[in-house]
Write a protein that binds this ligand. Structure first.
Ligand code: PDD
Length: 282
């Protein structure tokens, strides 16, 4: 497997990472996950903008953005994934620092790691829908930053897997925030409702696309705080992310949504989303 590590495309076996890398010791880094629909990276510029914004918010100085896209295409080519539905993972950490100190030095050299992986569409989940659990959101107050510090996400997701549900929908102070790996939106009487952008959720690229699609389709969109107690009153619940695209929730916290049948807005958005990436690729 060919990967990119600190300026070079290498065989994975030849990558050596310092145990003093701050990503290893502090989770001090940011990342992006981008979909490759043959033969194009989808919404590349939006992901790059969010990467820049995450880096800025964490005061990680990195400037070599212009090279990233061509490196990702090179990785696709070298790993023979040109015609495969895939993802790219980009991680930039603050870099190596010795001795270990919480505070960081000026002028550190970030560690850059990128790889691509064949990643099929989540067809069955998109078609039939998934179960979701509910948990309190115990994350920090900067969930708008796509940082590699993901322990609350990891632990919630682990419980999801153990309990046979696909995603956990989080709530904080009685309001819905997002999923461990997804943004969440709700449909009621043909209106799409989703929590507003804030420091409590990731500004999801898929969320942005879905809001744009709704405007085009004449579906009213409302970005507002959503009470946990409203959860029972929605016609549809949708999970949104780069890898999930649009996945319907058919059971939330044991309560059945729309007789376990994915709803019409879900189907419409799935179709339009597909049209969009088909038009942009090949
Ligand atoms: N997860 N919220 C959280 C907490 C996420 O981790 C993600 C993405 C999203 C959706 O963002 P986007 O539409 O830009 O993919 C929302 C990625 C895919 C992951 O960690 O695997």
């Amino acid at each position: 497997m060919w990967v990119f590590y600190n300026g070079k495309i290498l065989d994975l076996e030849n990558v050596t990472i310092s145990p003093f890398d701050r990503a290893f010791q502090f989770g001090d880094g940011v990342y992006e996950v981008i979909r490759y629909y043959p033969e194009k990276f989808f919404e590349y510029d939006s992901h790059l903008d969010r990467l820049k914004s995450s880096l800025k918010k964490l005061e990680i100085s990195f400037t070599a953005f212009v090279n990233i896209e061509s490196i990702l295409y090179e990785l696709i080519r070298k790993n023979n994934l040109d015609d495969q539905l895939s993802i790219a993972y980009i991680q930039i950490s603050r870099g190596v620092q010795f001795p270990r100190r919480h505070y960081f030095d000026d002028g550190m050299e970030p560690t850059v790691f990128m790889y691509v992986e064949k990643f099929p569409a989540r067809q069955e989940e998109m078609k039939s829908g998934v179960k979701a659990g509910l948990e309190e959101d115990i994350r920090w107050m900067r969930c708008d930053i796509k940082t590699t510090s993901l322990l609350p996400n990891v632990l919630s997701k682990q419980r999801a897997v153990k309990n046979g549900v696909t995603e956990i929908i989080w709530h904080r102070n009685g309001f819905i925030t997002e999923g461990t790996q997804t943004n969440v939106c709700f449909i009621k009487n043909n209106e799409l409702i989703t929590p507003p952008l804030s420091n409590f959720i990731l500004p999801g690229i898929t969320r942005g696309i879905v809001l744009r699609l709704c405007k085009k389709l004449g579906i009213t969109t409302t970005e507002r705080d959503i009470k946990l107690s409203e959860l029972n009153g929605f016609d549809e619940i949708l999970l949104l992310s780069t890898t999930a695209e649009v996945i319907p929730v058919i059971e939330a916290d044991g309560k059945i949504i729309n007789n376990r049948i994915p709803g019409p807005v879900c189907r419409l958005l799935q179709g339009e989303y597909q049209k969009l990436y088909n038009a942009e690729s090949r």
